[in-house]
Design a protein around this ligand. Structure first.
Ligand code: NAD
Ligand code: DAU
Length: 360
């Protein structure tokens, strides 16, 4: 039975990936999830699978070398899928240091512990060991509104402390591949949306605020473009790259679904009105009047757009979920999980929200 070590599995994409993997492989795999449970990590995301005999949760920080080493020494790990990171651009602008610590040092610790566990005396590796580093399209910088795309060969040009720390972590993985022939892949993915996303990110923030009748903050002119991918499609892509990709290669994963932020907000408002029952009181306050233009994000990247040509040609992966369907599934999930939203928006979230959007 293959054993996976998943880092950051209590976060948004990590928890969706773990659910996807158990749906796909059932009892044929074992998953160990290591997560330090920062504000973004939530074990409630995994409660349906927490009791499985082939699932283990370990609370540990990926920068804690001894803790990670112990996991490798006590378990024969076959696959590492490395999600754990500080992931929110706005937080990185306010407090860059923790991004460097987790994203750069944490990745170095993961690489080193995996190499120590897997490398043989002659410099080759134990059979069928693989490390997948989950990264972002933001490492490539920003595109003009000219129909151009990010390819795997696009030079790195990160702008925010978040994307600079992710770019650094990618370069470390590439250095391990080149220096030690380390068996790794990198995936650079576009913006994800779907269940369990923390409401500091655009889509869940807008859904939550609209349902509460709160203002919908739009940075700058609202015309920045992101390329949205349903999170299950990302989970599937990660698994396909790990099993079918050429070792040492980078694969871009994207939705071919570019939308301006203001379009996303309009679609969410229309979909909420379409899905809420006629007698639901919240319909009364859901309107475009809630849209509020606020000060722009510092260094705000204008446009991201992934060309997923390589992953399609080599591996046969393509985005499957149309945005109009994915957003309905996402909104339906938030309707069904009001308690989840109440729990994650209590306490620290209120302080964050006040500080971030005070007076806006
Ligand atoms: P998230 O913020 O929702 O989750 C991050 C998880 O990592 C949390 O569970 C958190 O507790 C854990 N974590 C943070 N610091 C840790 C540490 N020091 N030790 C152990 N665990 C720690 O993030 P996400 O949106 O799920 O993103 C997951 C990965 O995917 C990240 O590497 C991110 O850069 C990348 N990514 C995200 C997107 C997106 O749209 N969200 C797109 C492309 C790539
Ligand atoms: O592109 C992949 C990246 O997507 C990931 O690497 C990051 O981890 C993930 O957080 C996401 O980054 P973005 O900065 O693109 O996502 P965010 O949801 O924060 O913002 C999306 C767009 O919406 C961006 O142009 C900023 C804008 N925005 C965001 C918020 C939170 C607003 O206009 N208002 C808001 O309140």
């Amino acid at each position: 039975m293959r054993t996976y070590l998943v880092t950051g599995g209590a976060g948004f994409i990590g928890s969706n990936y773990i659910h996807y993997m158990f749906r796909k492989y059932g009892d044929d795999i074992r998953i160990i999830n290591v997560d330090s449970l920062t504000y973004a990590g939530n074990l409630e995301n995994l409660k349906e699978i927490a009791g499985r005999s082939n699932y283990t949760f370990i609370r540990a920080d990926i920068t804690d070398k001894e803790a990670i080493k112990k996991i490798f020494s006590e378990n024969e790990i076959d696959r590492v899928v490395h999600f754990a990171a500080e992931s929110h651009v706005d937080r990185s602008i306010k407090n860059p240091e923790v991004f460097v610590k987790t994203n750069v040092l944490g990745t170095a610790v993961m690489l080193n512990c995996a190499r120590e566990a897997w490398e043989l005396p002659d410099g080759s590796y134990k059979e069928d060991k693989k490390f997948l580093h989950v990264s972002t399209d933001e490492v490539y910088g920003s595109l003009a509104d000219d129909g151009s795309y990010f390819y795997e060969t696009t030079p790195y040009a990160p702008h925010s402390p978040y994307s600079a720390s992710k770019a650094s972590s990618d370069l470390l993985v590439k250095a391990y591949i080149d220096t030690y022939h380390f068996p790794a892949n990198i995936t650079n993915c576009s913006n994800n949306y779907g269940p369990y996303q923390f409401p500091e990110k655009l889509i869940p923030l807008i859904i939550n605020n609209a349902l509460l009748g709160k203002k919908l903050p739009v940075y700058g002119d609202g015309k920045n473009v992101r390329d949205w991918l349903y999170v299950d499609d990302h989970a599937k892509g990660i698994d396909m790259v790990q099993e079918m990709g050429r070792l040492g290669e980078t694969y871009n994963i994207g939705g071919h679904n570019e939308k301006q932020n203001i379009e996303i907000i309009s679609i969410i408002l229309d979909t909420l009105l379409e899905m809420l029952p006629e007698d639901d009181a919240r319909r009364a306050h859901i309107s475009r009047d809630l849209i509020t233009y606020v000060e722009d994000r510092k260094g705000h990247d204008r446009r991201y757009a992934i060309a997923p040509d390589k992953i399609k040609a080599e591996i046969g992966w393509e985005p499957e979920t149309m945005f109009k369907d994915g957003i309905k599934k996402t909104i339906a999930w938030y309707f069904e999980h009001e308690d989840w939203m109440k729990n994650v928006t209590s306490g620290d979230y209120q302080n964050y929200y006040e500080e971030m959007y005070h007076g806006k």
